[in-house]
Write a protein that binds this ligand. Sequence first.
Ligand code: MF3
Ligand code: CO
Length: 273
Amino acid sequence: MSGSTIVYKTQEQIELIRKSSLLVGKTLAEVARHLKPGITTLELDTIAEKFILANGAVPTFKNYHGYKHTLCISVNEEVVHGIPGKRVIKDGDVVSIDCGAFMNGFHGDSAYTFPVGVVSEEVLRLLRVTKTSLYKGIAKARNGNRVGDISAAIQQYAEDAGYGVVRELVGHGVGAELHEKPEVANYGKKGSGPLLKAGMTIAIEPMINMGTRQIRQLSDGWTITTWDKKPAAHFEHTIAITEGEPDILSSFNDIELAIAENSYITEKIATLA
Ligand code: MF3
Ligand code: CO
């Protein structure tokens, strides 16, 4: 985390964060158009990097604390921070793709989890619940609430569905830096934590496990997997706190249009939002 105080943004700055965040959504959509059994995770990463550069931005994650890639691609029991490489996507995989883009001085950060080919109804439910938990959290991201209101809403929805909520990794403020204050945990108590005020921009990113909430880190120093090797899901939006409704700066619209046109991704992940 860089900095110890919350950085509040002007509306102009929020619009720049929206631009970066929308580019992330378009990048994930471009990746979704190519996502199918047989493609490697490194090929997907190259598609994303070229797309971001062609749109006048730079990949946020590349060179971040020594990370070498544009995307984090986390398959099946991998929760987050999977490193693109020679791994080949297979029918039945659950593929979480996390992306950041930087331009005009600001970052956008967003993630989506895709079911490739035939995926069990049990796993599709995990994806639906995780995505809905993100929107449950966003609904609490209002001026005058506290960060814990977001956290508690996510935790309650995911745990009521019977899933494990990852504790060790959290959402975060986002702006000129990828990781700003405050931390936005996916578990916590209503009414606790920093006050949410108009002008804050935060990335909310529930990481939800089908089984135990426990995780481990692989020896590559990055990849986080579930302890029990059961699948996990991850959805992330960059949002702004306003005087009124939460303003979702990233978008899944292009991603979901791409999914609709990709015959290898047959399930739409509906939400209650
Ligand atoms: N998107 C991740 C986050 O929200 C960051 C990935 S770590 C990196 O915190 F090193 F790849 F950038
Ligand atoms: Co993030």
